[in-house]
Design a binder for this molecule. Structure first.
Ligand code: NAD
Length: 356
């Protein structure tokens, strides 16, 4: 197939890790007879330096005209003043809004080769393979906020509409049908009115999917069960702020920030794919960043935007093989493993794909 992929490297290690993911996508295209074209654009701090804004119009237009977006990371000490009018993360927020990216997907799957890298006991982690679906464009992060005249009282507003909830919950149920057919909807329905609407809506949608097991869970209970019995979850769907917090908690199950991918999807097939980590300014430019989170994000790009599931699996298998054979980047180094740099790890994944 032909596909147009926008690449937004961003700041810090962003350019290093997206270069490796692009290399892997090029290798897959060549191995499987597809034609992917890549166009790079500015975002984040790099865009502020060049164009005075974190999301230049040309970048948004390129993304809208592409089949998918591969994103690195934005931010760094150079642009860190919280009071600055232009800030790198406006690039990502602007893309979410401008592209209508309403669902954020974060798979958390335990890799058996890395079971000892987690702070959680191996027997608790065994079999963990869950998928978070976080609502991304509504809730308290987008509601009205302010301070009183004296500045000593502040408020933020959480608003959700039924169509917003329906869209993301239905999306979660559809994904569950391709997995182990279980959905956990997380809310705080004992306290929040938005959560009561969320639960009513989720229960109504659940009735349309009799083949999928459904449960509600309060967010505080979910925080606990995630580290007590993570393997019992399949798809977890929740609102924006709860999802923000719980996905960070869940990412620690696998023990490494550098390894986890994410996808942010719009209606239709357009999506933005990025590792969950930030721009890691402490290691930027040293050639030691772990590119696997971005490479696995490229696999999600193939699966969700281009509908190339076999190609996605080929990347995931190549990453599993590298880890099983003891190859690591420095952040996930363990005794007896072989440490590779960013490019060497990318080259290894390409080699596994082209010789598979
Ligand atoms: P971070 O994820 O950048 O780094 C946290 C720690 O993990 C650092 O020690 C870093 O070296 C390490 N790390 C992260 N990614 C790694 C990788 N691929 N390989 C090896 N080690 C890796 O988080 P932070 O330090 O809190 O934030 C740094 C900057 O990134 C800030 O400006 C922040 O705003 C930004 N940030 C951006 C995003 C994004 O673009 N989506 C997300 C989070 C943070």
């Amino acid at each position: 197939m032909d596909a147009k992929i926008a690449v937004l490297p961003g700041d810090g290690v962003g350019p290093e890790v997206t270069a490796e993911a692009r290399k892997v996508l090029e290798a897959i295209a060549q191995a499987r007879g597809h034609r992917f074209s890549f166009e790079t654009a500015l975002v984040g701090g790099a865009a502020i330096d060049e164009a005075g804004t974190a999301l230049p119009e040309a970048t948004l237009e390129l993304c809208k005209a592409s089949d998918a977006v591969l994103f690195g990371a934005v931010g760094g000490p150079k642009w860190d003043d919280p009071k600055a009018r232009v800030r790198p993360e406006q690039g990502l927020l602007g893309l979410r809004k401008g592209l209508g990216l309403f669902a954020n997907l974060r798979p958390v799957k335990l890799n058996p080769a890395l079971v000892d890298a987690s702070t959680i006991k191996a027997d608790v982690l065994a079999g963990t393979d869950l998928l978070f679906v976080r609502e991304l464009t509504g809730g308290i992060y987008f509601g009205q906020r302010g301070r009183d005249a004296g500045g000593k009282e502040a408020f933020d507003t959480m608003v959700y509409s039924e169509p917003e909830i329906t869209r993301v919950v239905r999306f979660a149920f559809n994904l569950a049908r391709g997995r182990r057919r279980k959905v956990t909807s997380v809310d705080k329905a004992n306290v929040l009115e938005c959560s009561r609407l969320w639960r009513e809506t989720a229960m109504r949608i659940a009735a349309e999917y009799p083949d999928v097991t459904y449960e509600n869970m309060l967010v505080d209970a979910c925080a606990m069960h995630l580290i007590r019995r993570p393997s019992t979850f399949d798809v977890i769907v929740t609102e924006n702020m709860f999802g923000d917090i719980l996905t960070d908690e869940a990412s620690m199950l696998t023990g490494s920030l550098g390894l986890l991918p994410s996808a942010s999807l719009a209606e239709g097939n357009l999506g933005l794919y990025e590792p969950i980590h930030g721009s890691a300014p402490d290691i930027a430019g040293q050639g030691i960043a772990n590119p696997l989170g971005t490479i696995l994000s490229a696999a999600l790009l193939l699966r969700h935007s281009l509908k190339l599931d076999q190609e996605a699996q080929a990347i995931e298998k190549a990453v599993d093989k590298a880890l099983a054979e003891g190859y690591r980047t420095r952040d996930i180094e363990q005794p007896g493993t072989k440490v590779l740099g960013t490019q060497e790890m990318g080259d290894l994944i390409v080699r596994y794909i082209t010789t598979a």
